[in-house]
Design a protein. Structure first.
Length: 430
């Protein structure tokens, strides 16, 4: 079932999609231990974690191979907390990211233009960066490169699940290309609007904020020195995240009624509006790449499990980007779920059995609920301009800044290094 030999790491860039290990043709049966539906960043990370332990995995991803391997800059970035970095290092992914990840050395949190602020410095905890900012294309390339070296992982791209039957002693599935799949457990990592979750009739708690997220990248004259900024403005948080080559990623929360007008501006007028919020501390700004926008909201599945099905990543929860924790809590799902699956298979037991699934949900729901509540509460607290509330916020930030012990706790949580950590986050192989 499980091959305990560590597969050789291949850190070279992927030029072609990971080969289909069993090369199934329409009408043929692909038998695997885990069927993973969705090849986004969380899904590919889970495939790498399981494949690194020798578990057989089939990944179904509707995106065409050439799109997954697109190396053009699209402006999308991800904040990788220190704990998530450790997990990615443990499964052999981080090595191939190398110099393309920019370390976050400090975080400055301020309420608008108030002189009072909260300052996190990595040196308070030691010599490890608080996290890294990585372009999504770099992270995806590293994950695909790792999967190419894992013979137990089969990638089926450019296809979707047409039929998924979980009623029997195994999962029976068929793709729209006519490939049949049999597995012990199906895992949905197919995003916030997960068709798999909806087909399983798993309800969600969700709401929309009256906010739109605007995402772009800017180049600037001066070096950011690894300092991330989180500025709370009346319309929502405005994050400046350090990237390589004197660039910063912008995650700009704006009122939904105002965002369309900003997005319709030409590039010169748009950068002027952005600079009003950014400030001039890094010199002149230049827009690099496209500008994206998306509605902001919260979503939490009322159950992470169903018969022979588990939800992970955005299929289980989606949060406000206020703290940059979206993928990080998804990677904690990955670390916990992979650990439970591997341990179950080692004992010769069924990874799709209710006991394993219930254990996974128990281990992840409380942690995720706390993060969803924290990000929701922070957004509501800071996204207003009520004078007494603003004064209390400023005094609160300044007070925490003068309490090193409390700052260390907050920093540890943000870095994903506190609590009952799964083995991958502790740097231990499965």
């Amino acid at each position: 079932m499980l091959d305990r030999k560590r597969p050789q790491r291949d850190c070279a860039s992927v030029m072609t999609p990971p080969p289909n290990r069993t090369a199934p043709e329409p009408g043929e049966l692909l038998s695997t231990e885990i069927l993973l539906i969705g090849g986004g960043l969380a899904g590919l990370s889970l495939a790498a974690a399981l494949g690194d332990a020798g578990v057989s995995v089939a990944v179904i991803e509707p995106m065409a191979p050439e799109r997954m391997l697109d190396t053009g800059f699209d402006g999308r970035t991800t904040a990788i907390a220190a704990g998530s970095q450790t997990a990615l290092e443990t499964i052999g992914v981080w090595d191939s990211i190398g110099a393309e990840a920019e370390p976050i050395l400090e975080i400055r949190i301020s309420d608008g233009h108030s002189p009072l602020f909260l300052h996190y410095d990595y040196r308070l905890l030691g010599d490890e960066a608080l996290g890294h900012i990585v372009e999504n294309r770099v992270l995806r390339r590293a994950l695909l490169s790792r999967l190419e070296g894992l013979p137990s992982v089969t990638m089926l791209t450019g296809t979707t699940i047409r039929r998924l039957d979980r009623a029997g002693p195994a999962v029976e599935a068929e793709t729209d290309r006519g490939i049949e799949i049999r597995a012990m457990l199906a895992i949905a990592t197919d995003g916030r609007n997960s068709p798999t979750r909806q087909a399983a009739a798993i309800d969600t708690t969700s709401w929309r904020y009256d906010q739109t997220g605007i995402v772009c990248t800017v180049a600037h004259e001066r070096n950011h020195r690894g300092i991330a900024q989180e500025r709370f403005l009346p319309s929502g948080p405005f994050a400046i995240l350090p990237m390589t080559e004197r660039r910063s990623s912008i995650v700009w929360t704006e009122r939904t009624d105002l965002a369309p007008r900003l997005l319709q501006l030409d590039r010169t007028a748009f950068i002027e509006e952005l600079a009003r919020r950014f400030g001039d501390y890094l010199g002149a700004l230049e827009l690099v790449g496209p500008v994206f926008s998306y509605p902001l909201g919260l979503l939490h599945a009322k159950s992470y499990i169903a018969p022979r099905l588990a939800l992970a990543g955005d299929a289980a929860h989606a949060i406000h980007p206020i703290a940059g924790q979206g993928l990080n809590i998804g990677l904690r799902d990955v670390a916990v779920l992979a650990e439970q699956i591997v341990d179950t298979l080692r004992l010769g037991l069924d990874p799709g059995a209710p006991a394993m699934l219930e254990r996974y949900e128990r281990l992840r729901r409380f942690d995720n609920t706390l993060m969803l509540a924290a990000t929701d509460g922070l957004n509501r607290l800071f996204s207003n301009n009520i004078a007494p509330v603003r004064t209390a916020r400023d005094l609160g930030l300044a007070a925490v800044d003068r309490m090193p012990g409390l700052k260390k706790i907050f920093m540890g949580h943000a870095m994903g290094q506190l609590g009952d950590l799964p083995r991958l986050v502790r740097g231990e192989r499965l």
